[in-house]
Design a protein around this ligand. Sequence first.
Ligand SMILES: Nc1ncnc2c1ncn2[C@@H]1O[C@H](COP(=O)(O)OP(=O)(O)O)[C@@H](O)[C@H]1O
Ligand SMILES: [Mg+2]
Length: 385
Amino acid sequence: MALTFFPLMRIFRSGRTRKSGAFTRLRCSGCIPAPHSFSPLSLNTLSPFLPSQVTMTEDSKTPSPAPIELKGVSKQYRLGFWLAKKVQALKSLDLKVDSGQIFGLLGPNGAGKSTTIKILMNLVQASEGTVRLFGLPPSDPKARRQVGYLPENPMPYDYLTGREFVTLGAQLAGYDPKKTKARVEEVLDEVGMTRSAGMQIRRYSKGMVQRVAFAQALVGEPRLLILDEPTSGLDPVGRRQIRDIILHERAKGTTILFCTHIIPDIEALCDHVAVLVSGRLRKEGSVRDLLTTKAPAVEIGLEGLNRGQLESLTGGSAPEAIHELEGRLLVRVKGEESNTLITKIIAAGGRITQVQQVRFSLEDLFMDVVKDAGYKASPGGEIIG
Ligand SMILES: Nc1ncnc2c1ncn2[C@@H]1O[C@H](COP(=O)(O)OP(=O)(O)O)[C@@H](O)[C@H]1O
Ligand SMILES: [Mg+2]
């Protein structure tokens, strides 16, 4: 067994380094099991990416089309033996990502984030609507060639080493062969994988696979990066590294769309955010605008009054929340009402123990949006039929 396996690996290893045809030959040879879930990554992720290879026929006078544009995009998946049931994963989604933006797609589990990304990568067909990548349909390889893609659960061929896998990515992207070696080392270093690059991927931890898959997305120097949960499975150091790479790519002018449910990542990185819940776009705007639209709140801590007395002081302008904490009361009011309430508390014999401005976070916004959308504990799209 070992004897038969070894020569096959040799054939693969020597074939793989050739510029063309290696990948097709391997799949046809049947000697390498290609898991079903791997094929999207291999065929769609690795093959078509490199900006320098693209001959865009852009007229310098006309503005270049947006990297991503979706209009009225809906997706229904069919389920069951007779495919009679449908899941509404996306409903009339309009989204535009401008050049140079870091655009965050935020949403709870099952919101339709990965479906949106798979539609952009031509892995899933939209049921309705139009989708454009740089003005071209995603089925056009010229469009996808400009994109670096990190899937949600990357499953690279695990008998390759990290270095071989990233090199294969560069070759399939059509990267200049003379520069490939240096570029591969550069991206491996960027994702912190230089030391383990010679090890087979099957020996990697989840975080290491994620890093090497990210290196594969970067290696072709794409104009657009589409990242599905880029920091998932990473330790805090890895998360910070990935964040730094995203910011570095942005400084180079790369447009980035990434989806996540990790709110601090959105706050730290994004210019623009869209919140998806159950397949529908619920909120969209620049992170700064969204964070300043809600009036700031103030938390007042006090002693010497009971809850009833405090409620009578607030009168018509009911406080947003009153909490009792070991003989103290904590009340949250709108910023403009805080001075009046403090004066009333002191006049009624209460003692102020703390006054604190509550910073409105993206998490508050997210929770509000999710609550307004009627999202409960059951994630996913609407099931029809
Ligand atoms: N291949 C599929 N077949 C059937 N339903 C699917 C498929 N992929 C996703 N879905 C459903 O579509 C909805 C959105 O899923 P997804 O886009 O993966 O959400 P997210 O990435 O936001 O967590 C979910 O209800 C999910 O169950
Ligand atoms: Mg997902």
